[in-house]
Design a protein around this ligand. Structure first.
Ligand code: NAD
Ligand code: TYD
Length: 340
């Protein structure tokens, strides 16, 4: 089976590609633009051993898409701009990659004899869910430029199924965490800041809730969807393990062995979604998938990975990330008596 994995040098793409590479009959091509979030060295061993072929290119570029997709049976589209705070700072790249990039890939896929186009989406398309759990048929009410762009991308993908019978499946996963995650997102930012003895900028009252999914569980769910999912379907993927941000933060500090004094409440994110929660009955009932890593175990494994891979994240944090961090956090931290 020949796969095209787009965004394979990012967080989930790296974990998924490494899992796929363990399957003997998988022929793998990765297409990645290597934005600030993409790191080719994540896959360097697989590339140098010839296990994968790597194309540096943009999913919005039809020529790059055509070259990378040649002969592919299955396309797994992870490529996206992914950070909510960056989408609030500047939505333009989000609309381009997360909507237009999906169109370019779908147009190319429509011309091939591929058997599946898997569009990786997010639970954030449902918007903030004060009570209950989102089901696949619920209305989409995205509230950030990131989630609005992801909703546009997945709706476009499903329109290719309806209009032309293109075999499309959409998955909506909850917040992932684990190895190789760029340290702008809550868990890797707080783990690495705690290791450096820096303040942890906690937004608002710290009571926003997320359903935290260990990345290996997300990848095993995607394998189940590829193997047995029905084209034209949407599948939620979540752990059911809801945590408030303050609970996540104190667990991190305990695992790192750092002081709770590092917690620094700062001004809230505009339009901050209060809660995401998924009903995962469909993927459980239809595909028999369930998560296998609990939050405590997953977080301990994540902290251990960041402890053992300091060079990976220190290189990121000492580069362009520093400028981003100061722009996003300096004033907010200073206003609350903290420092960056
Ligand atoms: P990430 O930001 O770590 O990686 C994104 C990757 O896409 C990077 O390697 C980047 O270089 C690449 N990329 C960006 N724009 C590109 C373009 N125009 N052409 C080619 N490559 C491009 O993201 P992630 O956290 O690994 O998320 C992967 C996918 O999963 C995204 O589609 C995201 O919306 C979705 N998702 C993420 C989460 C999460 O918690 N991280 C949860 C649910 C869904
Ligand atoms: P994030 O990792 O950005 O994921 P998302 O917003 O896509 O769910 O944030 C997870 C939660 O953590 C969210 O409620 C915002 C909060 N948060 C902070 O409190 N401080 C931070 O510095 C970051 C990055 C996030």
């Amino acid at each position: 089976m020949k796969y095209l994995v787009t965004g394979g040098a990012g967080f989930i793409g790296t974990n998924f590609t490494r899992r796929l590479a363990a399957e003997a009959d998988a022929e793998i091509v990765v297409l990645d633009k290597l934005t600030y979030a993409g790191r080719r060295e994540n896959l360097a061993d697989l590339e140098s051993s010839g296990r994968i072929r790597f194309f540096e290119g943009d999913i919005c570029d039809p020529a790059a898409a055509a070259l990378a997709m040649a002969g592919a049976d299955i396309v797994v589209n992870f490529a996206a701009e992914t950070h909510v705070d960056r989408s609030i700072d500047d939505p333009s790249g989000f609309v381009r990659t997360d909507v237009e990039g999906v169109r370019v890939l779908l147009e190319e896929f429509r011309r091939t004899a591929g058997s599946l186009f898997l569009q990786i989406s997010t639970d954030e398309v449902y918007g903030s869910v004060e009570k209950g759990r989102s089901r696949e048929g619920d209305p989409l009410r995205p509230r950030s430029p990131y989630s609005a762009s992801k909703a546009g991308g997945e709706l476009l993908a499903m329109s290719y199924f309806t209009t032309w019978g293109v075999p499309v499946i959409v998955t909506r996963a909850s917040n992932n965490y684990g190895p190789w995650q760029y340290p702008e997102k809550l868990i890797p930012l707080f783990v690495t800041n705690a290791m450096e003895g820096k303040d942890l900028p906690l937004y608002g009252d710290g009571l926003n809730k997320r359903d935290w999914l260990f990345v290996d569980d997300h990848c095993s769910a995607l394998s189940a969807v590829i193997g047995k999912g029905r084209p034209g379907s949407v599948y939620n993927i979540g752990s059911g393990e809801e945590q408030t941000n303050i609970e996540v933060t104190t667990s991190i500090l305990d695992l790192v062995g750092a002081d709770r004094e590092l917690i620094r409440p700062v001004s809230d994110r505009p339009g901050h979604d209060r809660r995401y929660a998924l009903d995962t009955g469909l993927i459980l009932g239809e595909l028999g998938w369930r998560p296998s890593v609990g939050f405590r175990e997953g977080l301990a494994r994540t902290v251990k990975w960041y402890e053992e891979n300091r060079a990976w994240w220190e290189e990121i944090k000492s580069g362009r990330f520093g400028e981003y961090y100061r722009r996003m956090y300096s004033a907010r931290l200073a206003a609350s008596g903290g420092r960056d």
